[in-house]
Design a protein around this ligand. Structure first.
Ligand SMILES: Cc1cc2nc3c(=O)[nH]c(=O)nc-3n(C[C@H](O)[C@H](O)[C@H](O)COP(=O)(O)O)c2cc1C
Length: 241
């Protein structure tokens, strides 16, 4: 299985979402998959101009010369696309959205009716799958709702099979291995197992998804921790002037 992992966190390898990604990639490689990782923070990808030249004048190619050209090739190569994004204002990051907007060259301009819906025929018809990997700052699982729905719609648009999601609520705790090492270990092992499962069976089980999202601390404790953290940070900033 060829897996393209697209990390859309502005914090890249320093980010909380990367903790899940690292474990997932480990599991995928040990199961024999080919994996390519891309960090959008270090790619030069301009926003879509909406000029539609990729449909008319240079089919399959954007007229903007930047790093997205290579990413389009990687998408054609991939059997599985993994989007790794933190929740930003109830959705994906701007980097992720720009990446998806710039996938438009992968379709033809014409409309076809498919399952009672207008669609664009793909330029490179293929069976590919999609996995969402995310973490968010708040405690509740419903903070992922809008992002999940958006990704499912993207999958319909680009004819990807939506496999499921590995979601980490109260995600900033992933950056505290000295305090939550054991719980983080359980989460990363679950992410690793999820990768093995996907490579082996092409599917992701409910239990793998649930294990990655298991509560690390109760909400009231988390709120206290977060508020003490911000109070200390503000105090530091004030004392530095
Ligand atoms: C601009 C911005 C918007 C955010 N919006 C949300 C949000 O709507 N809901 C939420 O639960 N967390 C939100 N967060 C918190 C991040 O999802 C959280 O800090 C996450 O752990 C960051 O992941 P990363 O370290 O991989 O970038 C936001 C953070 C930033 C910087």
């Amino acid at each position: 299985m060829n897996i393209l992992v697209v990390n859309a966190s502005p914090r890249g390898k320093k980010g909380n979402t990367y903790v899940l990604q690292e474990a997932f990639v480990r599991g995928a490689l040990s199961s024999g998959a080919q994996v390519k990782e891309v960090f959008l923070k270090s790619q030069k990808i301009k926003p879509c101009l909406g000029c539609m030249m990729c449909w008319i004048k240079t089919p399959g190619k954007c007229i903007q010369k930047d790093d997205q050209a290579e990413l389009l090739e990687k998408c054609v190569w991939a059997d599985l696309l993994v989007l790794v994004t933190p929740v930003y204002v109830d959705g994906m990051t701007a980097q992720a959205k720009t990446f998806f907007d710039r996938l438009i060259p992968l379709g033809h301009p014409e409309f076809i009716l498919e399952g009672d819906h207008c669609r664009h025929p793909p330029l490179h018809p293929k069976n590919w799958k999609f996995l969402l990997m995310s973490n968010c700052g708040f405690h509740e699982m419903d903070n992922f709702d809008a992002l999940i729905m958006h990704c499912q719609r993207i999958c319909t648009n680009f004819r990807c099979d939506y496999l499921g999601h590995l979601l980490r609520p109260h995600g900033p705790l992933m950056g505290l291995p000295e305090i939550f090492g054991e719980a983080i270990g359980r989460v990363t092992q679950a992410a690793e197992r999820a990768a093995e499962e996907i490579v082996r069976t092409g599917l992701l089980s409910e239990s793998a998804m649930t294990d990655v999202s298991a509560e690390i601390v109760p909400r009231d404790v988390y709120i206290q921790m977060v508020n003490s953290y911000w109070s200390a940070e503000k105090g530091k900033a004030a004392s530095e002037g």
